[in-house]
Design a protein around this ligand. Structure first.
Ligand code: PMP
Length: 394
């Protein structure tokens, strides 16, 4: 007896290659540079525990909260975002979501009719691709270079008569590509958004994780039709599931209606924890500084190991922030075919093809430098080198 069918729009959806891979690499002897998991050792466990104790002392924290987010958290976020955007952001433009991933999925429902055009960077953040595919969008890829999204390609598409509803960008320390959009391109993208009447979704969970110099002013600084997403996952802890968006009030009101249908509201408990930690600005600044220092050192070690081991066989990003290094093999190495050999050698990564909007990136791979210390990263690259050399197992 067969079960009744599922909705037709699910037919194009596949399980995330990253998630499938993570299952494969949980073996203890494998160094996994595949996952995008922030280092647990750097998460402020004691501070979170103290804030949780304080929150749990109030019965009201066991209650439902506002769909748009617990108001004191939105106040803290509005103050932070006002400083970031250089204007006073009113409370009605700040909306708390269950991680920024939920903002992506609710926004897709709010902004996209089936068949609407979405431009995404290629390689793409897989979580965004999943959302836009599920929404039935027509997805067109825009390439990236060292200065981020090729906004000139967006212009060409517009000149050809394409009418995007949404342009999605991970403007800082792109996942998976590692690059940051230049200030000139940010300004131009915002101008185009206004001139052609499309939304920009500026997905920015990594902006605070810069190593040498702060990331440029957000695209959202330049136009009102840019919706800015941010998150506490990479600076505090993913388990809080606290993300937020800054968007025009009309968008926030529409997202609120959908959030009521999705989950009524977020957790008052974790929202108070996030509010307490973000409101303690001296502590938060020092905390993020220390995360940056550790990640920055690891990024440098990883890039040095990659260049030292592979030389001109690869071109790799510099990793000026965020969590990832993107490596292109210039000698035609197929990174999907290499993966089983790498796993045999005890190292895992994500092949570039997993991030492709259509096809491509077969000779590239993404390495995460945040979860391992510098010695482990160097050993991981040695193992990758052995796999790529095709030497027999030692
Ligand atoms: N956007 C990007 C670009 C990401 O890399 C991630 C997490 N890996 C997210 C959004 C979602 O993060 P969260 O839901 O934990 O805030």
């Amino acid at each position: 007896m067969s079960l009744p069918p599922l909705a037709a729009r699910l037919s194009g959806l596949q399980s995330s290659a990253i998630r499938d891979l993570l299952k494969l690499t949980s073996r203890g002897d494998i160094i996994s540079l595949a996952g995008g998991l922030p280092d647990e050792q750097l998460m402020p466990q004691e501070k979170i525990a103290a804030a949780a104790d304080a929150a749990l002392a109030r019965r009201s924290r066991l209650q439902y909260t506002e769909s748009a987010g617990w108001i004191p958290l939105r106040e803290v976020l509005a103050a932070r975002e006002s400083a970031r955007l250089g204007r006073t952001v009113p409370l009605g433009e700040v909306f708390v979501t269950h991680g920024s991933q939920q903002a992506l999925s609710l926004l897709a429902e709010v902004l996209l009719d089936p068949g609407a055009l979405v431009l995404v960077e290629d390689p793409a953040y897989v979580g965004a691709l999943q959302v836009y595919r599920a929404a039935g969008a027509r997805i067109v890829a825009v390439p990236l270079d060292a200065d981020g999204m090729r906004v000139d390609v967006v212009e060409q598409l517009l000149a050809r008569g394409e009418r995007p509803a949404v342009v999605h960008t991970v403007s800082n320390f792109h996942n998976p590509r590692g690059v940051t959009m230049s200030p000139e391109r940010r300004r131009r993208l915002a101008e185009l958004a206004v001139a052609h009447g499309f939304w920009v979704v500026e997905d920015d969970p990594y902006g605070e994780l810069w190593f040498e110099r702060p990331s440029p002013d957000p695209v959202a600084t330049y136009a009102p039709n840019v919706i800015r997403l941010s998150s506490a996952s990479k600076t505090l802890a993913p388990t809080l599931r606290v993300g937020w968006m800054v968007a025009p009030e009309s968008v926030c009101r529409a997202v609120e209606l959908l959030k009521q249908g999705a989950d009524l509201c977020g957790s008052a408990l974790t929202q108070q924890i996030a509010a307490d930690l973000l409101a303690d600005t001296d502590w938060f600044t020092a905390h993020v500084d220390s995360v940056r220092a550790v990640y920055g050192e690891r990024a440098k070690a990883l890039v040095a190991a990659v260049r030292g081991r592979f030389g001109d066989r690869v071109v790799s990003t510099d990793a000026a922030g965020g969590m990832f290094v993107w490596v292109d093999f210039t000698d035609g190495t197929d990174t999907s075919a290499l993966l089983p050999r790498a796993i045999e050698q005890g190292v895992a990564y994500v092949p570039g093809a997993a991030f492709a909007v259509g096809a491509g990136h077969e000779n590239s791979l993404r390495l995460s430098f945040v979860t391992s210390d510098t010695t482990t990263l160097t050993e991981a690259i040695e193992r990758l080198g052995r796999a790529a050399d095709g030497r027999p197992q030692s």
